[in-house]
Design a protein around this ligand. Structure first.
Ligand code: SAH
Ligand code: SF4
Ligand code: F3S
Length: 374
């Protein structure tokens, strides 16, 4: 029996798919090379932008022919997109051949749903799961091993769906993280460990006693073995000096920070509920550059947030010029149902968003070219 997994979205979702693969292998499935030879196809979805959801609808629709050929084929859709009740129901209604539609927190029960398919179609969306539950991962990222250190997000940036589909921030116990990393090191095939969380800088705030993220970093680096340590994503409002110092001091930590700015305009940052200003952001960047020479810095930007004027976009443009990132991701704002920003007046036309994204990306290219030359 073969499985085939299609993953959308962020690194955390890629890692989630490693969990799904682990579960399926325990059930006796092995990895297939394509959809055509699979006995079970799993779509692990993302809800961050509309485009990601549209692709899932298209790709799931295309499976109808496979289902016709193989009556026993099981098709499952899970992840952030299907954690939203309306979307999950719409998928079920649109595609009568879907067998399993479950949310982000149902994945540990995947074996149960597969068993139940014999009795009929499965649609279930659980609330928040147990982050410390240990499940076997089938690690798929070569020399890099992902390690989840927390789930969920408390920040409620006004454009973002993540807090709604991933629940509130919950940190894993440090003990369990260290145990997992020791096991990874002892396997001997991983050179890099990447810690994952939507906002890793607030790791440990919810534990008793609370643990600062920098302590976790130092404790991991103190483990014996040769490896590099990396982490994502950092939120500028929580990137404290002790974390910058840890990156500077610990040889094992990669000199790299992904620090999404989202916008260079203070009015837009406020509307986004990001809780820092342009000035504060630049101050952090300067601190990083001072303490960690040659640190690679990357960022995410959203253009065309509701009411963003041309001048405000220019402020984002000039922030990219000022910081001179190693690379950036630039996204056109995509309204997500249920978020505060989706209800704001002054939504921007796609044409304008497109123009602004292209301007930012050309600037990135220009900077990269100049820096490469240097
Ligand atoms: N937790 C991380 C990023 C999560 S999502 C952080 O806070 O930085 C990854 C990126 O997707 C975000 O940084 C943002 O730039 C983008 N994004 C999130 N919601 C979006 C939306 N509604 N439209 C367009 N881009 C979005
Ligand atoms: Fe979304 Fe903001 Fe949380 Fe990142 S910090 S996941 S952008 S709400
Ligand atoms: Fe990641 Fe997309 Fe979910 S970015 S957390 S898979 S909404």
């Amino acid at each position: 029996m073969k499985y085939y997994i299609v993953t959308y979205g962020c690194q955390m979702n890629v890692h989630e798919s490693e969990k799904i693969a682990g579960i399926l292998e325990r059930l006796g499935y092995s990895e297939g090379t394509c959809r055509e030879e699979a006995d079970i196809i799993v779509f692990n979805t993302c809800a961050i932008r509309e485009g990601a959801e549209d692709r899932v609808f298209g790709n799931v629709g295309n499976l109808k022919r496979l289902k016709k050929k193989n009556k026993n084929l099981i098709i499952a859709v899970c992840g952030c997109m299907t954690q939203k009740e309306q979307t999950a129901k719409k998928l079920m209604d649109t595609f009568p051949f879907l067998d399993i539609v479950i949310g982000t927190f149902n994945v540990p029960k995947l074996g149960y749903y597969i068993e139940q398919v014999k009795k009929g179609r499965q649609l279930e969306l659980l609330e928040e799961g147990d982050i410390d539950e240990v499940l076997p991962y089938k690690r798929t990222s070569g020399e890099n091993a992902w390690v989840n250190i927390m789930q969920g997000c408390n920040n409620f940036c006004t454009y973002c769906i993540v807090p709604y589909v991933k629940g509130r921030e919950k940190s894993r116990n440090e003990e369990n993280i260290l145990k997992e990393i020791k096991e990874i090191i002892s396997e001997g095939k991983y050179k890099k460990i990447t810690l994952l969380g939507q906002n890793v800088n607030s790791y440990g705030h919810d534990l008793t006693p609370a643990i600062p993220f920098s302590k976790l970093l130092h404790d991991i680096c103190a483990l014996e073995g040769e490896f590099t340590l990396s982490f994502m994503t950092s939120h500028p409002k929580d990137l404290t000096d002790d974390v910058i110092d840890a990156i500077a001091k610990e040889d094992k930590i990669e000199k790299y920070i992904h620090l999404p700015a989202q916008s260079g305009s203070n009015r837009i940052l406020k509307l986004m509920n990001r809780k820092y200003t342009r000035e504060k952001y630049i101050e952090i960047i300067n601190k990083i550059r001072e303490k960690i020479p040659n640190c690679r810095i990357t960022s995410d930007f959203i253009v065309g947030f509701p009411t963003e004027s041309e001048e405000e976009f220019e402020e984002t443009y000039s922030l990219v010029e000022t910081v001179r990132y190693d690379s950036i991701f630039a996204f056109m704002y995509s309204p997500r149902e249920g978020t505060v920003a989706s209800k704001m007046e002054g939504q921007i036309e796609d044409e304008v968003k497109n123009e602004r994204v292209n301007k930012l990306l050309s600037l990135e290219k220009k900077i990269q070219k100049e820096d490469n030359k240097r």
